[in-house]
Design a protein around this ligand. Structure first.
Ligand code: GDP
Length: 298
């Protein structure tokens, strides 16, 4: 799954890097470092991250003739350092339902990611409740309803126009009453009313805490990997309003710029917990930094 999700990034990166080494080896000089920097930046990892890798290669190899393998080894080590996280799966509640709030702008892949998480929990034998908190988008509620039927998850929906916080409250209340294992709450993602949206997220979080003070255990921010730097800027709006605990990076399979994982990790400062690698319910993978780095060059 992981490798498939990264196949576009990998093929471009490897082709580019191999091109750097046309002959037997290459002298590591300024020209080489410039070309290498350009390749790194094309992966969308961000200038600062690219610069760190360039500096490391320069430090290790400047003035020497080296081979592809030497450079790749340095890249891998440095990428792993820049990611600076281990695999970071969902933290489950010690008792009672685990409450997961999911936020992100419309179109990022929120609904699909919720379905994927639900499918993952179901496959672990857990019962799942969905809270259709995106009450402003009838289509989102509909979509989530279809997923709930398909996956065998319960769903709480609001009356049209009801407040998302009320839906979240009821979803949590019912999860507690029914002894549900995991309750996943969708939230609205209208970008045009930034301020209201963020205020709403705060309210949802507060209404969940009224029932379960230690919840939500996770507030996941869904970002679209295909939007590159844009996703990084969006993230700041969310992290300022709610205590986000991690990122689900959707659509990683749809981009050749997989370096965006590094940029997000560096600039948003939240762990990347899961990655979306397709449109189906099973197309979700736990983000494993070591595997990620290996897959880029495998
Ligand atoms: P929402 O508006 O944030 O709820 O976004 P949706 O979940 O409806 O997703 C928007 C579109 O992106 C849909 O066509 C999804 O099928 C697609 N999508 C979501 N996640 C992924 C992913 O990981 N990979 C691919 N290729 N497509 C995805």
């Amino acid at each position: 799954k992981f490798k498939l999700g990264l196949s576009k990034t990998k093929s471009i990166l490897l082709t580019d890097v191999r091109d750097l080494f046309k002959s037997e080896g290459r002298l590591i000089d300024e020209e080489f470092l410039d070309e290498m920097r350009a390749i790194l930046i094309r992966t969308d990892m961000g200038y600062a991250s690219a610069e760190e890798i360039v500096a490391e290669v320069a430090k290790n190899f400047r003035g020497r003739v080296v081979h592809l393998v030497d450079i790749v080894a340095t890249w891998k080590t440095k990428l792993r350092e820049l990611l600076a996280q281990d695999a970071s799966p969902i933290r489950f509640a010690e008792s009672g339902p685990t409450i997961i709030m999911v936020c992100g702008v419309n179109g990022a892949g929120k609904t699909t990611s919720i379905a994927k998480l639900a499918a993952m929990f179901k496959s672990q034998g857990k019962s799942v409740m969905l809270g259709a908190g995106d009450t402003f988008r009838a289509a989102a509620v509909e979509q989530l309803t279809i997923w709930s039927q398909r996956l065998g998850a319960e769903i709480v929906k609001g009356e049209p126009g009801s407040h998302p916080a009320a839906v979240a409250y009821r979803a949590v209340e019912q999860s507690v009453a029914q002894g549900i294992d995991v309750c996943i709450i969708d939230t609205a993602g209208r970008l045009q009313t930034q301020k209201n949206l963020m205020a709403e997220l705060t309210k949802i979080q507060a209404s969940i805490r009224k029932l379960v003070p230690t919840a939500p255990q996770e507030v996941l921010l869904v970002l679209d990997a295909t939007t590159g730097q844009n996703g990084v800027s969006q993230a700041a709006n969310f992290t300022q309003s709610v205590d986000c605990t991690g990122i689900v990076l959707a659509k990683l399979d749809g981009t050749a710029k997989g370096g965006v994982v590094v940029a997000i990790r560096q600039q948003v400062g939240l762990p990347v917990k899961y990655i979306g690698v397709g449109e189906k319910a099973e197309d979700l993978a736990l983000f494993q930094p070591d595997e990620f780095v290996d897959a880029l060059f495998a």
